[in-house]
Ligand binder design. Sequence first.
Ligand code: MV4
Length: 657
Amino acid sequence: MFRKILIANRGEIACRVIETAHKLGIRCVAVYSEADANARHVHMADEAFLLGPAPSKESYLRADKILEIAKLSGAEAVHPGYGFLSENEGFAQACAEAGVIFIGPPVPAIAAMGSKSAAKEIMTKAGVPLVPGYHGDNQDPTFLQQQADLVGYPLLLKAAYGGGGKGMRVVWNSGEFSEALAGAKREALNGFGNDKVLMERYLTKPRHVEIQVFADSFGNAVYLAERDCSIQRRHQKVIEEAPAPNFSAEQRKAMGEAAVKAAQAIAYQGAGTVEFLFDEDGSFYFMEMNTRLQVEHPVTEMITGQDLVKWQLLVASGQPLPLTQDQITIDGHAIEVRVYAEDPDHDFLPATGKLTYLRQPEASRYVRVDTGVVENDEVSPFYDPMIAKLIVWDENRDRAIARMLRALDDYRIAGVKNNLNFLTRLVEQPAFAKAELDTHFIERHKESLFAPGQSETEQASLLAALYLLLKERSDNVDDQSPWALCSGWRLNEVPTVSFPLIYQDESRLVSISSEGKQLSLTQQGVITPATASLQGDELQANLNGHQVKVRVSQYQDIVSVFIKHQRYDFIYQTQVQTQVDDSAAGSLTAPMNGTIVAVMVEKGALVSAGQTLLVMEAMKMEYSIKAPKDGVVNQLFYAAGDLVKDGAQLLDFTPAD
Ligand code: MV4
């Protein structure tokens, strides 16, 4: 086994690889860009080297620099993760030339899968089923039209060197063909610099089912069941699960054996994935092969109990596969969702910013979180905005779905827009529970996936105000003061404090008056009796007899209330006013420990009710101390800049009569 490896990647996959390497006693060298100097993968590694500026081209794609660091640090092998250099045959070749082991397949295997049409040629010869079509070199339009008519309609045109669904055109009948061909060729040329196309019968409701394969240097090759990745958005996987629902053991065996044949056809070694289109009638067709460890490998790990990174390290270091096909079993059901920094309500625009608050569900045998970030990290615009993969396992699919929904509720992120809410809606879809899966799932259910949710804004704003009240009280707890524990806000009457909040550009005011522990909340004329307690970020509140438990985070003036999986962000206007309802106060006292910011009146001043007398600051918030009635300021006890204690008399005031 290796003693030291270099991980040529970042984020969750770099962390994931380091975890297993450390379990095996292997030392890890990380590489990082300027944007990642403090990243989790850098801290987890035993040592780390700076590659260069943030853009990938100047950092994680610098094959030359990475190999230099590998040699310098004495790493015997490089794990490329996924993306970046993982399927770059030039990099794999350069590793070989530098005498560093590439933890991945042999160079010719990467090369063989690079072209779609060449890959299909190889698979045809190997007897792996393909969608009927034409993958040949003759690109004469008249010939292609003849072939198209033979294949039949609907038909799909694909760019031979394309990817990610670009350059694809559905042709519904013979009359549409020539125009569609011209369009596909134009798009292919623009997108991939090559206008070669292939065509296939178009499957209208396919599922994406892929097989995890593994091969070693002794000619052994096995499959580790399948993953259903049908739920995608613009060719980006959103949910993956294993095993595929409604997939029989016979189908698993047939597809698994076809995938192993595919791997053997290109003398594969290491971890690979063979993607199939799985048609409604149970037939399946080779789509492409990915010559790397995939993002969604954890669902396979959860149902097989195997560590696939460990398998990669074993195979790359020249050892045989740890299990034979007969020894590979599956147990239960696993589901993964990809938690992204993006805005589902604005066409999934990638989001960036600071993860001001980040809480993950607790890991257990049922729940796994693979992530490369911690609270207060930035999601930068330079890389894929995936925050984490959330993976759950349970005995069966129904239970796994329940686990997932609970885990999504326990996942809380503030500071950056994210898809947690969207993921919850997906997993909550009745059609998902019924496993009515195919590649059009999101499109088909977009109405309910994107409909405005039933909002609990009213309750959320009450909870935000309660949080602010309790937070201020706890921040001002003073052992000396008997007031601190119970009443908080006192002039001489039942005190009321108002919390001006802004929710989605609309202001809403919540006033809270307290008598001991009993609170009374007023919002838009509606009075809600309440009690509440705050422990850390957990707010327990009883609102008019309804006991609720929510989490709240605050970052600067943004208060985020998490009610189940829904986050409500309020802007708290820090200029807060304390009010008194009636009667004369002989003295006005400080509502908390703080600093006098400004004295707005002079000794002897005649003031009117509501006029600001003093401004105090505590916990970065300002409070105006106002005249309770018309009257006279007899005496001022503090000046700007003075520190005052909670309860201290600020001035002497005589109300007019
Ligand atoms: C297809 C297909 C239907 N029929 N081929 C999309 C990306 C590419 N690599 C293959 N893709 C498809 N090929 C035939 N003959 C439908 C798709 C497809 C798809 C496949 C898997 C997952 C999501 C998809 C979304 C749209 C279209």
